[in-house]
Each structure stands twice: as C-alpha cells, then as structure tokens.
Design a protein around this ligand. Sequence first.
Ligand code: APR
Length: 249
Amino acid sequence: MNTEALQNLAKAIDCSAPLVVLTGAGISAESGVRTFRDPDGYWARFDPAELASPEGFRRDPELVWRWYDARRRQLLQAQPNPGHRALVALEALCADFTLITQNVDGLHTAAGSQNVLEMHGSIWRLRCTRSTREWVSRDVFESFPVHCQCGALLRPAVLWFGEMYHQGRLQRALEAMRKAQTVLVVGTSGMVGIVSGLLDQASRQARLVEFNPNPSHISAACDTLIAGPAGESLPQLLQYIQSKTPRRP
Ligand code: APR
C-alpha cells in the first residue's frame, strides 16, 4: 500500500546529505513493548503524574520503583525488531546520520545504532539522588525502593514530566535538525512538546516523512505519512535505498 511512496522517498533521499530519524514508542511496539497512548498503552492504565514525575517519586518511591523494575524485567526479554535493524543499516549508508529517540528502552543501541540521542534518558541507567552520579545497570531488584551504597535513594535516570531536558543532548538534536535534508519521524504521537519543537527547526529546509499506522498530532506538520507498522515500512524503504546506493567504504 506504500510501495510507490517508499520508492519515491528512496529516490529522493540523498545519503550524502544529513539525515535525521526521530523515534517514539511505536518503533518498539513490534518488539512487544507497550506504547504510552495507544488504547492498551501505559497511560491508559496508569497516571503518568504518579509514576513518571519527581512529585510522584517523592510521594511514593516504592510504587515508582516497582513500576520501573517491572518494565525493566519485561524489557530484558525484548529484542530489537526489523524496524530498529533497518535504521542501523540506514546509518551505515549515510554520511551524516542522527537518531533522536524519546524511548528509554535501549533497543536502538542494542540493535547497533551508533549516533543515538536518548532525549528521555535510559531505563538501564540509575542515578543517585544525592550525588546525581549515573551508571548503567541491568540488575533487577528484590526490595524497594532501591538505595545507593551511600544510603540515598536511587532513581531511574529517565526524564520525568516537569523536568528539564539534558542541555547537551538538546543542543545536539537541534543542530542535527537545523541541517537535516530529510527527517523520518517514526512511531510517535507527537504529544510531547520536544517533537514539534524539533520539527519546527527542520521544517524550513527538510523533507518530513512520518512512519505510523495512524495519523498523529504531528501528521499535519509532515509532508508524507507512510501508514503502516515501522517494522515493515522501514525495511522496505531500506531495500529501495540499498538498491540505488553503493555501500560506503
Ligand atoms: N510502528 C510505528 N508506529 C506505531 C506502531 C508501529 N508498529 N505501533 C504504534 N505506533 C504509533 C502509535 O500510532 C502512536 O502514534 O506509535 C505512537 C506511540 O505514541 P505514544 O504512545 O504517545 O508514544 P510516544 O510518542 O513515544 O510518547 C512520547 O511521552 O509519556 C511520554 O516519556 C514518554 O517518551 C514518551 C513520550
């Protein structure tokens, strides 16, 4: 159903020009990971303010930790899907490729993507609430809330509602958008401000193409909607690009 649109997009993409991919929870849906705002998503069952905010953590750190630990346990079983892997191959074909993700599941890095900006942090990183030191941990926990060796509470190093974006990552994302010739927006409802903010930086010069089974909050800002699951449409796009592009040395 998208064959012609994907063939035209493959023809239009110049792999020697800057390309940005901006992803949301939808790209991990085919890895069995819940999204947030789909009918069976996390926010259909939980209150984000209670589970993904500093106030919620202060109020009940055990509840928040149990929720993140349950997600970590589920994610230990999740594998990158063909959509993640298509982006790894696309990065190898491009001279200037930036992957900006709202996801904290680590599946882009696990698939092999190199230049990844995890704008909302990572569920696999912990942060001491006293020293703010961070480290990678794939531990699952048996008692909650979880404490640092120094005795302070540990928290997941993810961005919670009401918190500021990491300035370094935000600047790198803005710079990538400002020079992008093509932006692929994959699997996001666009409900969180960062998406439209970043797209605004690119809209003057870039081709904006959305990959989503459904129209979203940002569909009107994009030039094209490739309607369908990313795990199918991204590999198809890659195939058309590979058939026209020699592998980079
Ligand atoms: N392929 C592509 N897109 C898909 C697929 C799929 N197989 N399945 C679902 N989608 C789309 C949905 O149609 C929806 O538009 O993915 C999108 C998921 O939207 P959200 O659940 O809102 O997730 P996201 O946009 O990533 O949310 C952004 O909100 O709560 C915060 O921090 C959280 O990072 C998250 C942010």
